[in-house]
Design a protein around this ligand. Structure first.
Ligand code: BT5
Length: 322
């Protein structure tokens, strides 16, 4: 009901809507409406009220809550079911739990803060207030070996969305880092539950340091991390980022599941700061030096080494000049 009250006020933002009109339209008492208005104010909505004129919505908060994410969202599947938390241990962990309990394709989990945000290989992902910590539950009908391509797709869509919203130039470092002026602004963690030849579900986790102040990062990441706020001096509207990301992601994802990944790979190559560089790959305890020449159809990094071209599916890449 709160959402319905909000929708009515929203249609006439900056104009007064009488309590009587809201009450009549929604078939609830004026006292109940007063209560819903109170709850919306608690969430951060600025609503003026006047005994004679009624209620007037002045400003909406940039909160990652279902109302706000759904407002104007045009996806068919993605984000139709939203689990939102002020604080959670990890959105990926929660998404996995929901997926195991049968959550539907396209369900998303989002949080304002994570206390145990996860990176790859058990690493920590720092997730203070101001960021976007988001996980998608997907049930694609693809073979498990194609999962890596979905990580690349996520990186491309996250880069495009970020450029659009914050007007900055983002680079992608294979496989999953988004960099701004050489510092990490976002990371992606894809986790999969699969059988031999089919994917049961996929959790795609995206962490974007959107409006995170530099002082919110611990010493361990201060020098390697950055945020959109730090780079541009301006806060972005996180709900808008999430909406645009979901819309674009759904479009691209539907396309690649049907037609394959070539179009996305082309765009990934354009964003890549890894290709064409001398690199050091750390993989399965080994350190391999070479020249990054390309990625293949499945998203593996192709490196020209002393032994010829080698394909890497996982691992850590540092550019030779880092
Ligand atoms: C990643 O791992 O880059 C994947 C990060 C995925 C985070 C999202 S948030 C929503 C969802 N829920 C989760 O629990 N996780 C996902 P990796 O490539 O392993 O990078 C981890 C390394 O990045 C750490 O070891 C730090 O050095 C550094 N790091 C940690 N927090 C960071 C931050 N906020 N910004 C930039 N770098 C960070």
């Amino acid at each position: 009901m709160e959402e319905k009250v909000l929708m009515l006020l929203r249609e006439k933002t900056n104009m007064y809507v009488s309590g009587e009109e809201v009450s009549r339209t929604l078939q609830v008492s004026r006292t109940a409406i007063w209560k819903y208005i109170g709850r919306l104010r608690e969430k951060g909505y600025t609503i003026d009220s006047s005994p004679r004129r009624g209620y007037c919505l002045r400003a909406v908060p940039d909160l990652l809550i279902p109302f706000e994410i759904r407002h104007g969202l045009t996806t068919e599947l993605l984000g139709r079911k939203i689990y939102a938390y002020a604080t959670i241990d990890s959105t990926n962990r929660r998404a996995r739990e929901l997926a195991q309990d049968g959550a539907s394709d396209g369900t998303i989990v989002v949080a304002e803060m994570q206390t145990e945000g996860r990176g790859r290989l058990g690493r920590e992902w720092n997730s203070p207030q101001g960021g976007i910590w988001l996980s998608l539950i997907l049930r694609p009908q693809i073979q498990p070996f194609k999962v890596q391509s979905i990580t690349l797709l996520t990186a491309v869509v996250a880069a495009e969305t970020t450029e659009l919203i914050a007007d900055v130039a983002v680079g992608i470092k294979w496989p999953n880092d988004l960099l701004l002026h050489g510092k990490k602004v976002a990371g992606i963690l894809t986790e999969v539950s699969a059988e031999m030849d089919c994917v049961r579900y996929l959790i795609v986790g995206i962490g974007l340091n959107a409006n995170v102040a530099i002082t919110s990062f611990p010493e361990s990441v201060k020098d390697i991390a950055t945020s959109l706020l730090v780079q541009t001096g301006q806060a972005v509207q996180r709900t808008e980022w999430v909406r645009i990301f979901l819309q674009r992601f759904e479009q691209e994802y539907n396309y690649v599941v049907q037609h394959g990944f070539s179009a996305i790979l082309k765009r990934w190559r354009e964003y890549s700061i890894t290709l064409g560089q001398d690199v050091v790959v750390h993989c399965a305890g080994q350190r391999i030096v070479g020249h990054a020449v390309d990625i293949n159809e499945q998203g593996a990094l192709l490196v020209e080494t002393a032994n010829g071209i080698e394909a890497f599916w996982a691992g850590e890449v540092s550019l030779h000049n880092e």
